[in-house]
Design a protein around this ligand. Structure first.
Ligand SMILES: NC(=O)c1ccc[n+]([C@@H]2O[C@H](COP(=O)([O-])OP(=O)(O)OC[C@H]3O[C@@H](n4cnc5c(N)ncnc54)[C@H](OP(=O)(O)O)[C@@H]3O)[C@@H](O)[C@H]2O)c1
Length: 398
């Protein structure tokens, strides 16, 4: 077995963050937490520091540093507490971190994740929004800085496992691979008509039938925007032309995705719908370790179901392919408009079934440009957020 691996954890207080801590907790002989970041739930850093004794902890504001520092010093004297974008980048590029779990939600995750890439780290990518916002730029940086990308999204982690390994450990659509079959549970409203979606409440949208996740990604699953973001993520991660990425509805979420080969073989990866499996896979790669996950009992599951996605009831899927065809800043605009619309829905300012209309309006209003710099991508992100807020207030206020 290899030496203890240092792990930086961006987004330690979130759903993926907690699952990552659970796997690290189970394997102290393999992993050491070297840095951890929080945002709104900074107070939780005290317990994380007490248990894991990281070198660096990052919270949101200077006031929080002042309030939390004495508590953290008392439980973990070796931990430095810092705040702000530079501290996030420092956590991501910590010299003792061999692996960086990128689990901040939304576009806010791009800059720190890119800092990890530029430091040449092994990046465990949960923050799919980074690739949607600036896919080409991000992948170029991975190559230039010799970083390694391991997908955490269960679907992409499954595809990674089902694809052949190319030179340098790359996983891509090599000759002989026909297509990627991206599975999706269909979310909590899989069987509802479009008309039935108008009265959906935030709590209903966040009650996913299979997965337990943060609120933003739960709403994304309910609109199937999550699958839309994953189509774009797969395009960049696996160098896959959009017409070779197909979505398959699979309500049980036992098969996490599949790869179809020219000879007719379809290779699937199966497992419990528990994020500790892809997290343990990526943390230990290429070894395999116990993730603390219940064993899969296929006889108890009995039947697996599959269906076609409905692009009429879930227009986010159609928009994903359109965004890929347009390219450039369209991805950043798509992602930002969705974040603003989802926040509006969660705060009771937008009806659930207006989320995609806001996104489509913003895509139409902002002309796409090539993405050549991080600043360019972030500028498109800012303009799209502004436009989404305007469109919501003027045309879709609920
Ligand atoms: N949950 C899943 O099962 C799952 C599966 C696949 C992929 N993902 C992806 O993983 C990422 C995290 O998802 P999640 O469900 O874990 O989300 P979550 O539970 O909402 O956690 C998000 C994390 O990001 C931090 N954060 C939020 N805004 C931030 C900001 N502006 N700056 C710095 N940190 C910020 C949060 O800090 P506080 O909590 O302290 O506010 C929290 O630690 C997302 O990109 C999601 O798409 C999640």
């Amino acid at each position: 077995m290899s030496a203890v691996r240092g792990v930086a954890l961006l987004g330690a207080t979130g759903s993926i963050g907690r699952s990552t801590l659970s796997v690290i907790r189970q394997h102290p002989e393999r992993f050491r937490l070297v840095s951890a970041t929080a945002h709104g739930r900074s107070a939780e850093l005290v317990d994380i520091c007490a248990e894991f004794q990281p070198d660096l902890a990052v919270c949101r504001t200077a006031d929080e540093v002042a309030a939390l520092e004495p508590q953290i010093r008392a439980v973990s004297p070796g931990t430095q507490l810092a705040q702000g974008p530079e501290a996030l980048a420092a956590a991501a590029s910590h010299p003792a971190a061999e692996s960086v779990m990128a689990a901040i939600v939304g576009g806010a995750g791009l800059a720190p994740t890119l800092a990890a890439v530029r430091a040449g780290k092994r990046v465990l990518l949960a923050n799919k929004e980074s690739l949607v916002l600036a896919g080409g730029l991000f992948i170029d940086a991975v190559r230039t800085h010799g970083a390694e990308l391991l997908p955490i999204d269960s679907e992409h982690n499954a595809i990674f496992q089902c694809l052949p390994t190319l030179a340098g450990g790359r996983r891509a659509l090599a000759p002989g691979v026909r297509s990627i079959l991206l599975t999706g549970s269909g979310g909590p409203f899989r069987t509802r008509s479009r008309a039935q979606l108008s009265a959906v409440t935030p709590d209903e949208a966040c009650a996913h039938p299979v997965w337990s996740m943060g609120r933003k990604i739960s709403v994304d699953s309910a609109t199937m925007m999550n699958k839309a973001l994953e189509i774009i993520e797969a395009r960049w991660l696996f160098e896959a032309p959009p017409d070779r990425i197909r979505v398959v509805i699979h309500p049980q979420s036992v098969i996490h995705s599949m790869v179809e080969y020219d000879d007719g073989s379809v290779i699937a990866q199966m497992g419990q719908p528990d994020m500790r499996t892809p997290i343990a896979h990526a943390l230990a790669h290429p070894d395999r370790i116990d993730a603390g996950v219940k064993r899969l009992d296929l006889a108890a599951i009995g039947t697996l179901g599959f269906g076609e996605p409905d692009f009429e009831r879930f227009p986010a899927l159609r928009l994903a392919y359109e965004v890929l065809a347009v390219g450039g800043t369209a991805g950043a605009v798509f992602n930002a408009a969705n974040e603003v619309a989802v926040a509006g829905f969660l705060e009771g300012r937008l009806r659930f079934d207006a989320i995609e209309s806001v996104i489509e309006s913003v895509l139409q209003a902002i002309a796409p440009e090539p993405v050549t710099t991080l600043e360019g991508a972030l500028d498109a992100d800012r303009r799209a957020r502004h436009e989404a807020a305007r469109v919501m207030a003027e045309r879709f206020a609920s």
